[in-house]
Design a protein around this ligand. Structure first.
Ligand code: SME
Length: 202
């Protein structure tokens, strides 16, 4: 089953339940917020085939950001999609370039360190060099910042739009060597595809 978008369903049931209570204020509120009716129900088709899985993720990601200009909302949905699609992760999300440092953005996983200076840790290294960091063993990476003690390997992709560093996409896994060059290339392709939706106004 490929990516799909469904409408109404539980929202309509909730609306009907509200209407049944004849609560006019609730009905007015439901009407006023009817623009939230779209539900997203994406699921990967190919779990065993890594390139196909990443292709499914890209398709779902492209669909979910289409028409939405807010970069934080888009980062939140992309982090959620990555978390849903890719196996064996304990953290997936964004750090945004704010001023001269990286600041924690939307993510899935345990609470994480909030600010990372350029050049520090795996994320700061990816940001400073603008090169993807594929780290098979985080304990072997000098200066690795351990936000979650469970993290054993990490993949960080810089996000650059029109020469401007927007931030980084960071994936952590509890398994050493979880990420390979197929993952790195696929996540780079994902970031390239999504960068206009993640960048926001210049
Ligand atoms: N390990 C990262 C810090 C961020 S967390 O993994 C979420 C680093 O070394 O930059």
């Amino acid at each position: 089953m490929g990516p799909r978008k469904t409408m109404d369903g539980p929202w309509r049931q909730a609306q009907t339940a509200r209407a049944d209570r004849s609560d006019e204020a609730e009905i007015a509120k439901a009407r006023a917020t009817s623009y939230i009716r779209t539900m997203y129900d994406f699921a990967p088709a190919a779990i065993a085939d890594k390139p196909a899985l990443h292709a499914d993720l890209r398709a779902a990601a492209q669909a979910i950001v289409t028409g939405e200009p807010d970069p934080i909302a888009n980062m939140a949905n992309i982090a959620a999609l990555i978390w849903q699609f890719l196996p064996d992760l304990n953290w997936a999300g964004f750090y945004r370039m704010v001023g001269d440092e990286l600041v924690l953005g939307p993510f899935q996983g345990k609470p994480a360190c909030i600010r990372i200076a350029l050049g520090k840790g795996v994320c700061g290294t990816a940001a400073a060099t603008r090169e993807t960091q594929l780290v098979a063993d985080v304990n072997a990476f000098p200066g690795h910042i351990a936000c979650d003690a469970a993290s054993a390997s990490e993949l960080v992709v810089p996000i650059v739009h029109d020469g401007r560093l927007i931030g980084v996409l960071d994936l952590d896994s509890p398994s050493a060597g979880r990420f390979d060059t197929v993952d790195a290339a696929a996540l780079e392709a994902l970031c390239t595809l999504l960068v206009p939706a993640l960048a926001g106004p210049a």
